[in-house]
Design a protein around this ligand. Structure first.
Ligand code: SIN
Length: 204
C-alpha cells in the first residue's frame, strides 16, 4: 500500500450522512490541536499500544531520512490512553492531509473516564504502509529521533511535546518515557561535547 493515504481515506464511507464524529488522538493529535473541535474528553482504547514505529517523510523527517512518530500496534489487553475530540466531518479534509503519510482512518470503540463507551475514528499506520519502520529498542529509537528533522520541526520536539502532554494528562506510557530518558541523555552529551571540546569550540 502506498504511503499516501488521502485517497483511501476519502474513498471510504465512514462519514456518510454524519455531521459530527468522535476522533481519538494518541500522538500529535494530543499536543498539536490546530483543528476545530466541539468538545474534547480523555478516553482510552483497548488492545492497542502506542509505539514510535511509523516513519515520517513529511513532518518530522524527509523521504531520504524519515523520522519516527507514533502509531498504534495491536496488543491484546493493552490500554492506550489519549484524547477524544468531537469534530465536524468537514475537518477530515484537513486531517486526512495532515495524516497522509501512512495513516488510515479506522473505526474503534473507546471508553471515557466515566465508563461510558462511544464509537470513534482513529488514524492508525499499519505495518502494510510503505513508511512503516517497525520495532527497535527505545535506545535505538531515541538515537534515530535525535538525528532527524523535517518540515514540521525536529523529530525530538515531537517526542518531548508528546511526553509533556501525556504528563499533563497524567498518562503514564513506559515506551514514551524510556525514549525521552535516552533522548535527554543524548542532548546533554552533545551539549557537554560542544562546551568541553576545545576542537569543537575553536574559533579559527
Ligand atoms: C494521532 O495523534 O492520533 C495520530 C498520530 C500522529 O499524528 O502523531
Amino acid at each position: 500500500m502506498s504511503a499516501n493515504t488521502i485517497s483511501v481515506n476519502q474513498g471510504n464511507h465512514q462519514l456518510d450522512g454524519r455531521k459530527h464524529v468522535w476522533l481519538f488522538g494518541y500522538g500529535s493529535l494530543i499536543f498539536k490541536v490546530d483543528f476545530k473541535y466541539l468538545e474534547r474528553r480523555p478516553a482510552t482504547i483497548r488492545d492497542w499500544q502506542r509505539r514510535f514505529w511509523q516513519g515520517s517523510h513529511d513532518h518530522r523527517g524527509t523521504p531520504e531520512k524519515p523520522g519516527r512518530v507514533v502509531t498504534l500496534t495491536p496488543k491484546e489487553g493493552a490500554i492506550c490512553q489519549g484524547m477524544d475530540y468531537m469534530i465536524s466531518t468537514d475537518v477530515f479534509e484537513y486531517l486526512d492531509f495532515r495524516e497522509k503519510n501512512g495513516y488510515l482512518r479506522l473505526t474503534t470503540t473507546l471508553t471515557f473516564d466515566d465508563g461510558k463507551t462511544a464509537e470513534a475514528l482513529v488514524y492508525i499506520a499499519t505495518d502494510e504502509n510503505e513508511a512503516y519502520l517497525g520495532p527497535a529498542s527505545e535506545r535505538v529509537i531515541a538515537q534515530h529521533i535525535y538525528r532527524c528533522t523535517g518540515p514540521s520541526g525536529p523529530n525530538r520536539e515531537y517526542l518531548f511535546e508528546l511526553a509533556n502532554a501525556l504528563r499533563s494528562l497524567q498518562i503514564e506510557d513506559e515506551h514514551v518515557s524510556k525514549i525521552e530518558q535516552h533522548l535527554l541523555i543524548l542532548s546533554q552529551r552533545s551539549e557537554e561535547f560542544t562546551v568541553d571540546n576545545p576542537i569543537n569550540n575553536s574559533s579559527t
